[in-house]
Design a protein around this ligand. Structure first.
Ligand SMILES: O=C[C@H](O)[C@H](O)COP(=O)(O)O
Ligand SMILES: C=C(OP(=O)(O)O)C(=O)O
Length: 370
């Protein structure tokens, strides 16, 4: 670790960096691209982004399903999951557009493990350089299976390292109101879902989509990792994600219709994605199938639902992670953040969602051209 000296320090106690213990250089995005180029999967990233846009815009009548672990903490187990999901995605392709949750950054309500980028060894050593490399390698491996990747962007410079491999991005409930994250979305190359706030309020997400659609200028880094002024065009490929809130779940037909009407009134995409987890399930994974079933009924009836999010891993539930102990005692394939559906339950829910799309088509409920 490099200990920094406060800029302009004079005799006497420093007036800056008083609480900074040290800083360490990180590899630049360009270095990581050289080590792990995105070229082998670039065509499939482009194609899957177009496919997601088509579903969000209603040009493709399939349902987008963003499904996978709450967080990737063990890349080996994550890849086993990805292999299974890739097979399901191919089987269900006529009805569902499946994108895997590959979440490497976790926003915390207070404190806790902040994800694979921040602490890849799960032991509090915070080897962020390795975290970025591991996340990039993981995204390449999942894309190589023919499965598109979704992630939440949390640290504003992380996208410079990873975004070229991501098909769908999320801004979470805790950052939907943040100007920094809205600016970030304005420059992202993929469709992005913005979540309602943790209090259940929709306006932060509506405002977030509007701000992200505008051209923005802000501070960031360039490919060499230098501090840079970043100018963006704005991103109109955004939509609302309903995840429930302190006021309760918001997946009901009435909630979805009201949210859709609110987006339409603001001139934004009226098709929403419903998160079956988080506050829509009270963080109880056993409630996700019920939420998904409710949303499936809405899909079958032609409601304005473009997609569903599920938290799912190989083994159901969750387990505590103690960074003082490290990962050695963890159950393989079980979440260390939010509780997830197990694999068999996940397949059942995917089948039910696919069946709902089929029912919608038979009754012309979707009302969209294929
Ligand atoms: O999805 C993950 C969590 O819901 C989110 O990161 C907050 O987790 P926490 O309340 O356990 O900190
Ligand atoms: C943190 C997440 O969700 P939310 O922002 O809805 O809490 C998540 O999807 O991992």
């Amino acid at each position: 670790m490099t200990t920094t000296t406060a800029p302009g320090a004079t005799a006497g106690p420093p007036t800056a960096d008083v609480r900074v213990v040290g800083t360490e250089p990180l590899p630049s995005p360009a270095t990581l691209f050289e080590e792990a180029p995105g070229d082998p999967v670039a065509d499939s990233v482009r194609r899957s982004r177009d496919a997601v846009r088509a579903v969000l815009d209603g040009v493709d009548d399939r349902l987008l399903v963003v499904v996978g672990p709450c967080s990737i903490h063990d890349p080996d187990a994550g890849l086993e999951y990805a292999g299974r999901l890739a097979a399901e995605a191919r089987r269900l392709e006529p009805d569902l557009l499946v994108v895997m949750r590959t979440y490497f950054e976790k926003p915390r309500t207070t404190v806790g493990w902040k994800g694979l980028v921040n602490d890849p060894h799960l032991d509090g050593s915070h080897d962020i350089g390795t975290g970025l490399r591991t996340a990039r390698r993981f995204l390449l491996d999942v894309n190589a299976l023919g499965l598109a990747c979704a992630t939440e962007f949390l640290e504003p410079i992380t996208p410079q390292y990873l975004a070229d491999l991501v098909t769908w991005g999320a801004i979470g409930a805790r950052t939907a109101e943040s100007q920094i994250h809205r600016q970030l979305v304005s420059g992202l190359s993929m469709p992005v879902g913005i979540k309602n706030g943790t209090d259940g309020g929709l306006q932060v997400a509506v405002d977030g989509c509007r701000a992200a659609a505008a051209a923005q200028t802000f501070l960031g880094i360039d490919a060499e990792g230098r501090a840079a002024l970043v100018r963006t065009t704005g991103n109109t490929d955004t939509h609302l994600v309903l995840r429930g809130g302190a006021s309760g779940p918001n997946h009901s037909r009435e909630h979805v219709q009201a949210a859709s009407d609110g987006m339409a009134a603001a001139g934004l995409n009226p098709r929403v994605l419903v998160d079956a987890s988080h506050a829509n399930s009270g963080k109880d994974h056993r409630r996700q199938p019920g939420v998904a079933a409710d949303v499936a009924e809405q899909v079958a009836a032609g409601g304005p639902v473009a997609g569903v999010m599920l938290e799912s891993f190989l083994v159901e539930g969750r387990q505590p992670l103690d960074v003082a102990v490290g990962p050695s005692a963890l159950v393989r394939g079980q979440s260390v953040t939010d509780a997830c559906l197990g694999w068999e339950q996940t397949v059942e829910v995917l089948d039910a969602l696919a069946a709902a799309v089929g029912r919608a088509r038979r009754t012309d409920g979707r009302g969209w051209s294929a």
